[in-house]
Ligand binder design. Structure first.
Ligand SMILES: Nc1ncnc2c1ncn2[C@@H]1O[C@H](COP(=O)(O)OP(=O)(O)OP(=O)(O)O)[C@@H](O)[C@H]1O
Ligand SMILES: Cc1ncsc1CCO
Ligand SMILES: [Mg+2]
Length: 278
């Protein structure tokens, strides 16, 4: 079922054009809107306290991103999140820079307390800080080549926070604490284009809007996003981060025609809450 079912989801997005309400950061706003449009979703950015609850209620998913944080943004995120919770709409959290300042960590934790979050997506450092494990992050070697697969960290976070947790990097992992996927794809050039992580969280929101099994939705989004990035890098005429960003938007618009290799998606089951059996 796995990959073949995942492969259907981009078609559903193009058919249903789900509204994705983003409360996001000023750096990635345009890229996020264009990326969501490319896959066939309907993006909206709305921040005013006066309207966030009404907008969230109409959406297929709500994405909260803490990249350019303020007290007002946290307030709006909580109002929108509570409205989404009330109406059964999945809420995703991108805790950008958690751990970088106390305000960022505190705000992410406050949102996790006040809103029922379905999915958290961040890099390993951000997720580790959310569960107070900053010191436990394994280092990357000098070339950044040997990053540890953070599957156990993701599972601990899923248990402690009580959400699905996705950690991205060289390899992506996603888990609900019981079942997990390790996904290979993408390209290192993605770290040289700002907002590839932020857009990914919003793309996961679009997938969550069309697939009620949120772990499957998240894994499918990671796999197809990575496959689109690989296709973009391979596209003729690639010269650097600028042309990659353009090629990536083009590849995202063809997501429904990009095959995901079976070997790129590995499913594991948690054994007794720690360690994984394939
Ligand atoms: N070394 C790498 N090789 C392949 N893909 C990568 C690599 N690093 C990141 N990616 C991909 O880039 C995307 C963004 O992940 P990343 O972990 O960089 O997010 P992030 O740190 O939140 O980024 P940002 O904050 O800039 O939005 C994911 O699809 C991930 O798979
Ligand atoms: C560069 C930057 N600063 C705050 S948010 C952001 C975009 C990546 O999340
Ligand atoms: Mg990020």
């Amino acid at each position: 079922m796995m990959v073949s079912h995942m492969q259907l989801l981009p078609h559903f997005i193009k058919q249903r054009r789900p509204l994705v309400h983003n409360i996001t950061n000023v750096v990635v706003t345009n890229f996020t809107a264009n990326g969501l449009l490319a896959i066939g979703a309907s993006p909206v950015m709305a921040y005013a306290r006066e309207e966030v609850a009404d907008m969230a209620r109409m959406a297929g998913a709500l994405v909260l991103n803490l990249g350019t944080l303020s007290a007002e943004l946290v307030e709006a995120a909580i109002l929108a999140g509570r409205s989404a919770n009330l109406h059964g709409i999945p809420v995703l959290l991108d805790p950008v820079g958690a751990g970088a300042t106390p305000f960022r960590t505190r705000s992410a934790l406050e949102i996790l307390r006040e809103v029922r979050i379905a999915m958290v997506r961040g890099n390993a450092a951000e997720v580790a800080h959310l569960i107070g494990e900053a010191a436990a992050i394994k280092g990357v070697d000098a070339d950044g080549a040997e990053e540890e697969t953070p599957i156990d960290l993701a599972a601990r976070a899923a248990h402690r926070i009580g959400t699905i947790v996705a950690i991205t990097g060289k390899e992506d992992v996603i888990t609900d604490g019981t079942k997990s996927y390790v996904i290979r794809g993408g390209h290192p050039i993605m770290t040289r284009v700002t907002g590839t992580g932020c857009l990914l969280t919003s793309v996961m929101g679009a997938f969550a809007a069309v697939e009620p099994d949120l772990l499957t939705a998240g894994a499918a989004a990671l796999a197809l996003y990575g496959a689109a990035a690989t296709r973009a890098y391979d596209a003729a005429g690639f010269r650097g981060p600028g042309s990659f960003q353009t090629a990536f938007l083009d590849a995202l618009s063809e997501m429904d025609q990009i095959p995901v290799e079976e070997e790129a998606v590995i499913c594991h089951r948690v054994s007794a809450g720690r360690g994984f059996l394939q």
